[in-house]
Design a protein around this ligand. Structure first.
Ligand code: SF4
Length: 420
């Protein structure tokens, strides 16, 4: 039986029960879980009563009357449940709203979340707060203010954003050198606010205002790194292309008000290009807030993306605008696609990236979810285009003059064929 939940975030799950989903799932969940587990027995009792009436027979117990009674009782019960869940939501809001409302006037809002650290969820629950826990500081961190805690998922974001501060040790990030300049501290704080799991912390209070305001962070010309990576896309990098004809968001960062306000200041978002199914994160919230058109290859559509506005079909390139070309590049996933902007910037999602250790353009051989041979063919197709930048979701970006980029693509193709 369909459950009605006015204004609440409820989804149907295979078990048939409504399950609330929330950005801060795991933080103060007690109230939500209570409401959900309380609600089902009540609804079951109403259904049971109606069934008993139906089997009892008699003029007043006809199926029609029983059905009407059932509907009336369910409505009353449902209103009670909605009221209770609304109350729980308000209690939740007391925990999470301050950090979205106060941040505009209180520059220390992020670091004040230290006080929320004891609300951290149990192992395995998702946590989208900002601050790490000093008690879980990894032992490899250099002594001093900045540290990485044990919740690090090793997404690499902090290392490429602030390599002077962060490094890798035993499959997690850690601080190898405490920032000792203003610029270094700012860069480390930019990594802190971008960390998808809130695994970076400071022992002392730091003012993150300038770090927050540094996003979107210019890559080159009118192409920006949005920062604020999302855990649901394993910390994938998102980009903003600021254009007179309308801004384009490439893949989805975390939907967080400091970033949303900055995007508004830059003219909003008119189009959202989703490179593949893994990096869609908060696409729906951006769509709802900015009314942007979402573009994605139909072969990667799935639960949560079926209603996107502009599915791409087939394997031929598709012109979105005179400076925007979608190039389908199946391989990593069936529906992976790259976006070529101004014949200069190639947004590759997880199709291609620069590999710092190997020193060449690379594709994720062990994380190829669809088909490696198809991925190689897609890369051969890409090599026929001219561009200067590769801007990936995961992995490092690279920039070369066109001729050198063409040579790098040839080198990458040789390696890919051998890696088959
Ligand atoms: S950004 Fe966060 S999760 Fe990613 S490697 Fe750094 S500390 Fe770990």
């Amino acid at each position: 039986m369909e459950q009605k939940r006015g204004g609440n975030n409820l989804q149907r799950v295979p078990g048939g029960r409504g399950q609330r989903v929330d950005d801060v799932s795991g933080v103060g969940l007690g109230g939500q879980e209570r409401a959900q587990s309380d609600s089902r027995p009540e609804l079951d009792a109403v259904e049971k009563k109606a069934r008993e009436r139906e089997t009892a027979g008699g003029p007043d117990d006809s199926p029609e009357v029983a059905f009407e009674d059932l509907r009336r009782e369910r409505d009353v019960r449902q209103q009670e449940i909605d009221r209770r869940q609304e109350k729980d939501s308000r209690e939740m809001a007391n925990v999470r709203e301050p950090r979205t409302k106060r941040h505009r006037t209180d520059p220390l809002f992020v670091l004040e979340l230290h006080i929320l650290s004891d609300r951290r969820p149990a192992e395995g629950k998702r946590y989208t707060g900002f601050m790490a826990q000093a008690s879980k500081r990894l032992p490899h961190n250099a002594p001093g203010d900045f540290y990485v805690d044990a919740s690090c998922i090793d997404c690499d974001t902090c290392r490429w954003m602030a390599p002077a501060t962060f490094t890798e040790r035993e499959d997690q990030a850690s601080v190898h050198h405490q920032p000792d300049t203003e610029a270094g501290r700012r860069r480390a704080l930019m990594a802190l606010v971008s960390c998808p799991t809130g695994s970076i912390g400071t022992m002392e209070k730091q003012d993150p205002t300038r770090a927050i305001e540094a996003f979107p962070d210019r890559v080159h010309d009118n192409v920006f790194h949005t920062g604020f990576h999302s855990e649901s896309s394993f910390g994938a990098t998102s980009y903003l292309v600021a254009r007179e004809q309308g801004n384009v968001l490439v893949d989805s960062p975390r939907f967080t008000m400091p970033l949303v306000r900055r995007l508004e200041d830059l003219g909003g978002v008119s189009m959202m290009f989703l490179t593949h199914r893994d990096d869609v994160a908060d696409h729906r919230k951006f769509r709802e807030h900015f009314d942007c058109e979402r573009v994605m290859h139909e072969r990667d559509l799935g639960h949560g993306t079926r209603d996107i506005e502009r599915p791409i079909r087939g394997e031929d390139p598709v012109v979105l605008d005179r400076d925007l070309l979608v190039i389908p590049t199946p391989g990593h996933t069936r529906g992976s696609a790259c976006l070529l902007y101004r014949d200069e910037f190639l947004f590759t999602g997880d199709h291609l990236a620069w590999n710092e250790t190997r020193g060449h353009i690379y594709a994720f051989r062990s994380a190829c979810w669809y088909d490696w041979a198809t991925l190689v063919r897609s890369s051969e197709k890409l090599a026929s285009y001219s561009f200067e930048w590769i801007l990936p979701g995961h992995g490092r970006r690279c920039h070369f003059p066109r001729e050198r980029m063409a040579a790098e693509m040839d080198k990458a193709l040789s390696w890919m064929r051998e890696a088959a």
